[in-house]
Design a protein. Structure first.
Length: 186
């Protein structure tokens, strides 16, 4: 009997969620968890090209990870760009990548929940989040972004909001939406 009890205790410790799991869910807001999966560089470039990013744009990347979208927006497209993430390790990597690319004057990173990020001044918003997270962000995107702002998502749509354009890049799907003017009174 003691052996069975010891086995159950051992299995319980083995299968128990690590303490960081609860923190990971908090990191991405509203109890939603998003794994860190870097976007391939070719897809990053395809996302920025689909959004027609120029030096006049302010790109915001929600869930910026190691900062590759922000860094490329600044280094290859000349845009000002900002990335939000709540993983301090990713923000550290992002800042190091911006220094390496010599774009710290145009690329900034903020340790902040994507659901609390300042987005109203963006002309382009990029993201590689899960469909449930995109759907939760959609009201903020539509409510806070100015008409004409472009939103680009790697791999995942936003519910029933039909994209303006869809593009295949290196075997991945990229979606583009443009924020439309709000009806009068809204």
């Amino acid at each position: 009997m003691k052996t069975v009890f010891a086995l159950f205790c051992t299995l319980g410790l083995f299968f128990a969620a690590p303490p960081a799991q609860a923190q990971e869910d908090y990191l991405y807001g509203n109890g939603l968890s998003v794994p860190y999966v870097p976007t391939p560089q070719g897809v990053v470039k395809g996302m920025l090209e689909l959004a027609k990013v120029t030096k006049n744009d302010f790109v915001i990347d929600l869930g910026c990870g190691d900062g590759r979208i922000v860094v490329m927006a600044a280094s290859e497209f000349g845009a000002r760009a900002m990335g939000y993430d709540l993983d301090p390790e990713r923000i550290g990597e992002a800042n190091a990548n911006a220094r390496k690319a010599n774009v710290t004057d145009r690329a900034k990173f903020v340790l902040k929940d994507i659901f609390e990020a300042e987005i109203k001044d963006a002309t382009v918003v990029t993201m590689y989040l899960l469909p449930s997270v995109n759907e939760k962000l959609k009201p903020r995107l539509l409510g806070e972004l100015k008409p004409g702002t472009r939103i680009v998502s790697h791999s995942f749509r936003m519910g029933d909001w039909e994209p303006d354009e869809t593009k295949e890049v290196d075997g991945r799907t990229v979606y583009l939406w443009t924020v439309k003017p709000r009806p009068a009174g809204k």
